[in-house]
Design a protein around this ligand. Structure first.
Ligand code: BES
Ligand code: MN
Ligand code: ZN
Length: 482
């Protein structure tokens, strides 16, 4: 899909017009341009609320006209919601080339317009690779936008957003892809492919080297799988930079729970347990595509958690590269075990910040649902900036306390730490656990278990499945850090 801002009004090649109509603002100019609309506005008591729509075939213009409630013009939330409604209507009506015409005299902020663009892209994504008619694309081809009044949106900005969207799509496709295809070997090949294309530095460690270097969380968790685990480091090093940031992602390509096997439907969505690692790949791709002046180290801790003949067991004790020991209480709390290795490795580079994304705990879904990721960090500046980036992009974060006094409950009787049985506040304590491996570098843990993969569509996303959560968030954070 191509989005373009048109500088002149022109209906050539267009088969539908969408007119956003903001609440509590005059519709007079809209009626003046499209007199047929007046009747419907009065008849339906149209107010411009999100979800309100007037759809009719215009006799005069010989095409479909859609007046879409655009809600509050100051609300970024409404900017996102309207895109979903627009895309759904266009899909239903099989309209492929549209003009979105902003007619009301309103000064829209650049943030509003960027969200509008981002979510047009996001809502025009459908994972239909395994449908037999997937080639008969239902996706829109062209969106042209015309503004009757001036604003700061340029085609250059739209182009940049489309480049970021390509990374978001890469992540969504990868997370949605089936688990018998996306195993650790597949992840390694894809990381190599992207890094070659984008001229990134890459290093890939597999079992033998991981074992030699003491990355024993990955080695242990990977034991039950026929595929070797991997620790991948991807570096983006621009010519000029002031800050360096390490981004770490959980890459469990399938989480069966291991010997503490998951029951019932709780295993169903566990192909998405590599969403953190996928986000790392997308972030590295987007910052290198757009040549951001920040040094970024990407780490993906990759393994498949399976109950195999050699699987690691409850009661095992893992000794890490930094000599800390962890008692395995539950093989299903595998995420923190593999991420610990990646954090040790990231800390060795001494970056200014470490930000880690993982589908870590079911408890974060209970606490925050599918629209907020949990943020656990002990660095105020990091918290403030990450939360702001969340608000700007719609990839919301909610801070939870990194409460030192809870550290007692992650200690083991026979090792330094234990990986489960924390009794309450398990998302927070998982964050405390990870913080043990960061060598006091400013650190933020982002738990994306609820936000990376939707069981069903919501107000912002037209389709269930992978969201690509983290790419736009961290890109925004890095962009403001530079
Ligand atoms: N990958 C899961 C967390 C998860 C749950 C992600 C639901 C997405 C949706 C993680 O490895 C896990 O199994 N966590 C356990 C930990 C427990 C055994 C201490 C959990 O949260 O139940
Ligand atoms: Mn698990
Ligand atoms: Zn997991």
């Amino acid at each position: 899909m191509r989005i373009e801002k048109r500088s002149k009004f022109n209906l050539k090649g267009i088969n539908g017009v969408v007119i956003p109509a903001f609440k509590n603002r005059s519709f007079e100019r809209i009626i003046k341009k499209y007199p047929e609309v007046e009747f419907f506005i009065k008849e339906h008591k149209f107010k411009g609320k999100i979800g309100e729509e007037i759809i009719f075939n215009s006799v005069k213009h010989k095409m479909l006209i859609i007046v879409a409630g655009a809600g509050e013009y100051r609300s970024l939330i409404d900017a996102r919601k309207i895109t979903k409604n627009i895309i759904m209507i266009l899909k239903e009506n099989r309209i492929k080339n549209i003009l979105i015409q902003f007619i009301q005299n309103i000064e829209l902020s650049l943030d509003h317009l960027v969200n509008f663009i981002d979510y047009l892209y996001i809502n025009n994504y459908f994972f239909d690779l395994y449908k037999k008619d997937h080639n008969e694309s239902k996706k829109l081809n062209n969106i042209n936008i015309f503004f009757e009044f001036k604003n700061d949106l340029t085609n250059n900005i739209i182009e940049n957003r489309s480049i970021i969207d390509k990374s978001v799509r890469l992540v969504r496709d990868l997370v949605n892809e089936i688990p018998s295809k996306v195993n650790p070997d597949y992840m390694k090949d894809l990381f190599k492919q992207v890094s070659d294309k984008n001229n990134l530095e890459i290093s890939i460690m597999r079992e033998k080297e991981l074992d030699q270097k003491g990355f024993n969380g990955l080695v242990s968790v990977g034991k039950g799988s026929p595929y070797e685990p991997a620790l991948i480091q991807l570096n983006y090093i621009p010519e000029k930079y002031k800050k360096s940031v390490a981004i770490v992602g959980k890459g469990i390509t399938f989480d069966s729970g291991g010997l503490n096997i998951k029951t019932g439907n709780s295993m169903l969505e566990m192909k998405a347990d590599m969403a953190g690692a996928a986000a790392v790949l997308g972030i590295l791709k987007s910052v290198s595509d757009l040549k951001l002046p920040v040094k970024v180290y990407g780490y993906a801790a990759i393994a498949e958690n399976m109950p195999g003949r050699k699987a690691y067991k409850p009661g095992d004790i893992i000794t890490y590269r930094n000599k800390k020991t962890v008692e395995v209480i539950n093989t299903d709390a595998e995420g923190r075990l593999v991420i610990a290795d990646a954090l040790i490795s990231a800390a060795e580079e001494k970056p200014d910040y470490i930000i880690e994304l993982s589908t870590l705990t079911g408890a974060i879904i209970v606490a925050l649902g599918d629209s907020f990721a949990g943020l656990i960090s002990n660095n105020k500046k990091l918290i403030t900036n990450l939360v702001k980036s969340g608000e700007r992009t719609g990839e919301y974060l909610w801070e939870m306390p990194m409460f030192e006094d809870y550290r007692e409950s992650i200690k083991s009787k026979i090792a330094d730490l234990k990986n489960a049985n924390y009794r309450g506040a398990s998302s927070i304590k998982a964050g405390l656990f990870l913080n043990e491996f960061t060598a006091n570098i400013p650190f933020a843990h982002i738990d994306i278990a609820g936000t990376a993969f939707l069981s069903k569509q919501n107000k912002f996303y037209s389709s269930e499945g992978a969201t690509g959560f983290g790419v736009r968030l961290i890109y925004d954070f890095l962009n403001f850090l530079k």
